[in-house]
Design a protein around this ligand. Structure first.
Ligand code: URA
Length: 235
């Protein structure tokens, strides 16, 4: 929903509420069971952490119409994330590609098909896990995310993780690992070892798109995923 439409809807709801309150004063008790006012999620509030959404759906609603960075100008859809809101495992990618932008759903292109195969080999499906990205909007031409875009989107990723509270996090590629671990170390140095994000064990591994270009990376990714499977079966 665009900001304009959002504000218009809010205006209509406020006017309706005022009319109902008026009627209530005239004694129309039966039509007057007014619900408690819902918190109105705005991107600004969500970004400042003023709004503390209780569910992923509330968080997603707060993100609608986001124009916190310039990616909003060209995106078709915000790709919030998808999967099990109670997932034990969250996978964090980089940013939606062209196909994800078209459909509003994460990892549905070639890299996503490879990710599905990795999950299948781990005996997991999309319904078991939650998948999201550092950026919720598609960078044109699949260019690298920029620092201001990552900073603008950071509160949403952090709130997603806070709401899901997974047992484990797997980051896919350099940007997700560096963002959550607040490091500039290269992915080759980070992958294959357990790190921690806010007390949650985090395993960085290569991005599936990298594996499409460098099939030799598949073996180390499988080693990383075996560590993840071991830890999931232990807990
Ligand atoms: N690459 C990503 O990092 N995320 C997607 O959703 C798709 C491709």
């Amino acid at each position: 929903m665009s900001d304009k439409l959002y504000h218009e809807c809010h205006e209509v709801i406020s006017q309706g509420r005022a009319i109902l309150e008026d009627l209530q004063q005239w004694g129309f008790e039966s039509v007057m069971k007014l619900p408690d006012e819902e918190p109105v999620a705005t991107v600004g509030q969500a970004q400042q952490g003023v709004l503390t959404p209780n569910t992923l759906a509330e968080l997603e609603a707060g993100l609608s119409g986001c124009s916190l960075c310039s990616l909003s100008k060209q995106r078709k859809n915000i790709v919030f994330g998808a999967g099990n809101p109670q997932a034990r495992l969250v996978l964090v990618g980089e940013a939606p590609g062209h196909e994800e932008d078209e459909k509003g759903y994460p990892f549905i292109g070639e890299a996503g098909k490879l990710l599905d195969k990795i999950l299948l080999a781990m005996n997991l499906s999309r319904e078991d896990v939650y998948i999201c990205n550092v950026l919720k909007c598609h960078p044109p031409g699949n260019r690298d995310p920029q620092a201001d875009e990552i900073a603008a989107c950071e509160p949403f990723l952090k709130q997603q993780l806070a709401l899901i509270q997974p047992e484990l996090i797997v980051t896919l590629g350099r940007f997700a690992a560096q963002e959550l671990l607040k490091t500039t170390k290269p992915i080759g140095k980070l992958r294959g070892q357990w790190h921690e994000y806010e007390g949650i064990p985090l395993m960085p591994t290569f991005h599936p798109a990298y594996l499409l270009r460098n099939p030799a990376g598949k073996r180390p990714v499988w080693e990383d995923m075996k560590q993840v499977m071991q830890r999931l079966s232990r807990n």
